[in-house]
Design a protein around this ligand. Structure first.
Ligand SMILES: *[C@@H]1O[C@H](CO)[C@@H](O)[C@H](O)[C@H]1NC(C)=O
Ligand SMILES: *[C@@H]1O[C@H](CO)[C@@H](O)[C@H](O)[C@H]1NC(C)=O
Ligand SMILES: *[C@@H]1O[C@H](CO)[C@@H](O)[C@H](O)[C@H]1NC(C)=O
Ligand SMILES: *[C@@H]1O[C@H](CO)[C@@H](O)[C@H](O)[C@H]1NC(C)=O
Length: 700
């Protein structure tokens, strides 16, 4: 939307101090609004770089990429109009409107709550709730999010209040020159605006948005509701003038940016006193087909899982809208669980991180398939659009172990299907299932981004961790031949890793990487445990013997014992180097106890000696760090060092100039993102739960 103009106004607003808001627990770089799947991911930029400091009135929300998404909130108090969401004054036409004054923001794992004062007369509590129900797949499958607005009197007087909200067609496509179409109806007492891209393009993206499916914006069709679609300034103008809409619909389907069509509701709240009056809206995306998949047999189309439970989008949207009280209860339970466990594990700083990461991690995945055969698909998001990347699932995995380990099985299921049916020619584990989401069509030519040691190690470790937490031994029996194929690679390569990438591919390839070798060696020991669980005792004895031999050698190859204090090195023979030895975490995650305690103690003592302003650098090649790996390192450090890691990242969250959704890669000095590597909104932040994945316990 009017990009240049907006940037200038945004900068002005930031400079002009738009009132004073508090931020609890801190002001994050970007605040999640409706964050539910790779294609429903709407945020409010809050950092200085590109954002207005986290104020809902006066700035447009954005997609995770930073592209604007029109979402507007207005209010009339005793006939005078104010904006509480979005930047409708930036649209060129004069409107008799002022911005309301935001006084507080709070975020939890599932909610972002804004407190906004309007003319010192009315207080609005605006709650964005993106539900997460890790064990309830019917609810989790719905790609929807709530917006609840509560109005109450601030000054003790009773005021006449009318509420308004609209969305633009930017929700339906990433291309503002694409044509949009729309519809309006009422179904089971729920009012709907439905908006879609004309000329649907199944499985295609534009600027990372989905170019297919329908957007639903819903409200209670109670008395006092009026609605309208039409030119943005005209529809908003109707409300500003009359406090209601005309129940008219714009018959002229057109380009998203041509006279900006908007889809609006207005509600007469009537006389509002101290007692809060509450109104609910829901926004969602319904795609009947979700993923193109090459698994068993020929390539096929997987439906969205919600299709299993609902016959169409209207029905799904109506269920979601009416489910708010249940959804609130689920959300409160989840928030409370994460609050309690995070505080117990490592205090408020840790909760600042876990609660910011929750919607982001779940916002990169979506449930597809049918109830008897569901899959969880994941988009790598900003690093590139790869589908189902193993070394992105792996850093994200702690949140899934913590909230429902079955989700790990659903993430790995398409990998097993693809590789067990012979669609991948290499002997090692594949890196991803498709170059671009939502296409999971594999790499039949074997030309994926090879990270053989990384991915073989990741898979064996994730699978053992899953079985330990669920007792599902059949799973490993069923996949045993594939697991043995992967472990072969570890036998050959884990002690002296070839010139190759680790997951940190942006830092380049390197030979004999200490941390990568450690992953492979722990993977070997993990396979020994897997063999035991599969009653393959000869294999178990073989793999544990090799793992122990390798770890003894690794203790000399990978550690500078002579330095003061001693520490692991980046790669063998490169004695002056160091790096985060984050793969040590695996030894604790799957309880292999392969690595001597003195390595844990040594690293704990070493990290504080190389600490920068916002943390310990990833390794000696660069001055950036990777916060998911820092938390993995923290999870197996002693208390003081663990506290140090967590404190530095939590401080970074509140101080970074970045306005992008929670990045995992930033400079340890200054806290900005490194030039040219624009990581943001990635699911890897599920790794913030590394401490809690360890504490969950296991049985075998
Ligand atoms: C997915 O594949 C289809 C062809 O089947 C193609 O049209 C589409 O652009 C691809 N999507 C992406 C995001 O690359
Ligand atoms: C141990 O495993 C490796 C890799 O699978 C295999 O090459 C070797 O023959 C095995 N040794 C024994 C004694 O089973
Ligand atoms: C890897 O490390 C081993 C042991 O230090 C060494 O013999 C080998 O030459 C190294 N490989 C390369 C390619 O540098
Ligand atoms: C040694 O480590 C440095 C980073 O500290 C790296 O740039 C360099 O490539 C490494 N040298 C070798 C021979 O691997």
């Amino acid at each position: 939307m009017l990009l240049l103009f907006l940037t200038t106004v945004g900068a002005l607003l930031f400079g002009l101090a738009v009132g004073q808001s508090t931020f609890k627990p801190t002001r994050p770089p970007s605040i999640p609004l409706a964050v539910k799947s790779p294609y429903l991911s709407t945020w409010l930029r809050a950092g200085k770089n590109g954002g207005n400091g986290g104020y809902l009135p006066g700035q447009w929300p954005t997609f995770w990429t930073g592209q604007y998404i029109g979402w507007t909130g207005l209010l009339r108090v005793d006939g005078k109009a104010f904006a509480w969401m979005g930047a409708p004054l930036d649209m060129g036409a004069p409107l008799d409107l002022e911005y309301a004054n935001q006084v507080a923001v709070e975020y939890t794992s599932t909610r972002s709550i804004f407190t906004i004062e309007v003319d010192q007369k009315i207080q609005l509590k605006v709650t964005f709730l993106s539900p997460i129900t890790p064990e309830d797949f019917k609810r989790q499958s719905l790609i929807f999010s709530y917006l609840q607005v509560e109005a109450s009197s601030l000054d003790g007087q009773v005021h006449n209040v009318e509420l308004y909200t609209d969305i633009s067609a930017e929700w339906a496509s990433g291309d503002i020159n694409a044509e949009a179409a729309w519809d309006y109806d009422v179904f089971e007492d729920v009012a709907f605006h439905k908006v879609w891209r004309r000329g649907q393009m199944p499985f295609a993206e534009f600027n990372d948005h989905a170019e297919w499916g329908n957007i639903y914006y819903t409200a209670d069709s109670a008395s006092g509701l009026t609605h309208q679609s039409g030119i943005d300034t005209e529809v908003r103008g109707s409300f500003i003038d009359d406090g209601k809409l005309e129940n008219l619909h714009d018959p002229r389907f057109r380009r998203i940016s041509q006279d900006w069509p908007v889809f609006a509701y207005a509600i007469k709240l009537g006389l509002v006193g101290r007692e809060p009056v509450s109104t609910l809206f829901s926004i969602g995306l319904c795609q009947e087909s979700a993923i193109q998949f090459l698994g068993e047999g020929d390539q096929r189309i997987l439906p969205s899982l919600w299709k299993h439970y609902f016959s169409d989008g209207w029905e799904a949207a109506a269920f979601f809208h009416k489910d708010y009280s249940e959804a609130q209860q689920f959300a409160t339970d989840l928030d409370n669980k994460i609050i309690k466990d995070s505080i117990n594990a490592a205090g408020q700083d840790y909760l600042t991180l876990t609660s910011l990461a929750t919607r982001q991690a779940f916002g990169a995945v979506q449930l597809v398939g049918t109830e008897d055969r569901p899959y969880l698909f994941l988009k790598e998001i900003s690093s590139n659009g790869n589908t189902q990347t193993i070394d992105v699932i792996y850093p994200a995995s702690p949140i899934f172990y913590y909230l429902n380990p079955e989700l790990i099985r659903l993430l790995l299921r398409p990998h097993f299907e693809n590789q067990e049916s012979g669609h991948y020619p290499n002997k090692w584990a594949i890196h991803d299932l498709g170059t671009h989401y939502p296409n999971a069509t594999g790499h039949e030519d074997g030309e994926d981004e090879h990270m053989p040691l990384e991915e073989c190690g990741n898979n064996l470790i994730m699978i053992l961790a899953y079985v330990q937490r669920t007792g599902n031994k059949d799973y490993i029996k069923q996949h045993y031949p594939m697991l043995k194929q992967w472990v072969e690679y570890l036998v050959e390569e884990s002690l002296y890793p070839d010139h190759q990438w680790s997951t940190d591919d942006f830092a380049g390839k390197l030979t004999n990487q200490t941390n990568l070798a450690l992953k492979g060696i722990i993977g070997l020991e993990a396979m020994s445990h897997i063999s035991t669980l599969a009653d393959e005792s000869a294999d178990a004895a073989n793999f544990t013997a090799i793992a122990h031999d390798y770890i003894n050698k690794w203790m000399d190859l990978g550690i500078n014992h002579a330095d003061n204090p001693p520490h692991s090195i980046l790669n063998y023979g490169n004695w002056s180097t160091y790096g985060l030895l984050y793969n040590l975490y695996n030894d604790a995650l799957v309880q292999t106890r392969l690595v001597p305690q003195k390595v844990y103690d040594m690293q704990s003592a070493f990290y504080p000696t190389v600490r920068g302003t916002y943390g310990v650098p990833l390794d000696t090649r660069n001055r950036y760090t990777k916060s998911d790996w820092a938390i993995f390192a923290a999870a197996v450090a002693n208390k003081d060092t663990r506290t140090m890691f967590i404190k530095d990242i939590a401080r970074w969250v509140g101080e970074t100039p970045s306005s992008r959704p929670f990045t995992d890669l930033y400079m340890v000095e200054g806290g900005d993102q490194p030039d040219g590597i624009d990581f943001k909104a990635r699911p890897v932040m599920g790794g913030m739960f590394a401490l809690l994945a360890l504490q969950e316990g296991y049985r075998d």
